[in-house]
Design a protein. Sequence first.
Length: 135
Amino acid sequence: MVYITRRETFSAAHRLFNPNFSDEQNKKIFGKCSNPNWHGHNYILEVTVAGKPDPETGFVVNLTELKKIIKENIITKVDHKNLNTETDFMQGIIPSGENITVAFWKELEARIPGGKLYSVRLSETENNFFEYRGE
Ligand code: NI
């Protein structure tokens, strides 16, 4: 099995809060990330596809195609956007790193040509990474 990773970066705003919690509870649980006036991150997204190289091309997946799929389905919907209010597939979802990786997986899984989606990895800060490999 060969694993291929495409890396993309994007900047987005979000706010972590649960509408079922009081302002006080949100502040206690989510801290600075619950600022009502939003805050942003420079995210790094790594999408890994696994498969066997095609004997005729040597590719598991055509990286140009993979790049296009990630751009069209993810990056254009999140880059310089507010994840809470502007990203269609994030509506009603608390935009934690965990939930973002799962949401990205769902957007990408059925669209990967050739290989199989292996993991979606997201870095939110220099020290915090999230990774989802499906159920
Ligand atoms: Ni945050």
